[in-house]
Design a protein around this ligand. Structure first.
Ligand code: ATP
Length: 231
């Protein structure tokens, strides 16, 4: 579904992403984890097309998309969350979701609203709903139109443990129902271990471990770099 080959990106002298190889299997929820500054968000920006790599290749559905624009990638079905839920002031959640659904030809908005428990927020203005609800609207927007690949950068940031786990379950359920492949950057390790079928661990721009969660959890280098400290 998605393959990164030798992907590299530098901000000036800082090599944020260094020769990253990564394979995201179709239909999986793949976690990209690692300590602060490891290069996770930069990877998401490279895949979505917001930044261009200095070296390496991005292959999506068998096609080299490294030089493709953001809008090309969006049309090809690569969607991402934005952590902002309305581009127009004064819209209600329903307005925002319906507008976006129409734009991408989503026919099953009701299921997304129900699964993400957004029914009670529909008549509220986007800026008036709670932070947790905003996070869920953001995910709803990313899932509209049944994109084959959804990139989520810290969807549970700022949520309580219970809210995070609930969000993870809703997300996993929707992804499975709709056959969506998800690449998720997330600091809440409980969320990651609950829903991800594969994990890649970045440290200082390089992949230091890759595999099923139980394998990755046992890697001494991962424990040292990240899990050990968090556990
Ligand atoms: N706009 C920028 N300009 C310069 N350096 C940047 C910029 N954005 C990120 N960096 C640097 O690139 C490296 C990777 O950052 P990135 O945000 O991709 O890591 P991350 O793993 O997502 O971190 P976090 O978990 O803290 O969000 C870090 O050293 C960071 O300081």
């Amino acid at each position: 579904m998605l393959e990164l080959k030798g992907l590299t990106f530098a901000y000036g002298a800082v090599k944020a992403v260094n020769q990253v190889d990564l394979f995201v299997e179709k239909g999986s929820i793949h976690g990209l984890i690692g300590p602060n500054g490891a290069g996770k968000s930069t990877c998401i920006e490279l895949i979505s097309g917001n930044r261009k790599p200095t070296a390496g290749m991005i292959v999506y559905d068998g096609q080299d998309i490294t030089a493709k624009s953001i809008s090309w990638r969006r049309h090809a079905g690569i969607s991402r969350s934005f952590q902002r839920i309305s581009v127009f002031d004064g819209l209600t959640v329903a307005d925002q979701l319906e507008l976006a659904a129409r734009a991408v030809g989503e026919s099953d908005l009701d299921t997304i609203v129900a699964e993400l428990d957004l029914g009670n927020t529909l008549t509220e203005h986007c800026e008036a709903v709670s932070y947790g609800e905003q996070r869920r609207v953001d995910i709803a927007l990313a899932l509209l139109g049944e994109p084959p690949l959804v990139l989520l950068d810290e969807p549970a940031a700022g949520l309580s443990r219970d809210e995070s786990l609930q969000l993870a379950d809703h997300l996993a359920h929707l992804a499975e129902e709709r056959g969506t492949t998800v690449l998720i950057v997330e600091h809440h390790l409980e969320v990651v271990f609950r829903i991800c079928s594969r994990l890649s661990v970045l440290e200082q721009g390089s992949v230091i471990a890759d595999g099923v969660p139980e394998e990755v959890r046992r890697e001494p280098r991962v424990m040292e770099a990240y899990l050990g400290r968090a556990a």
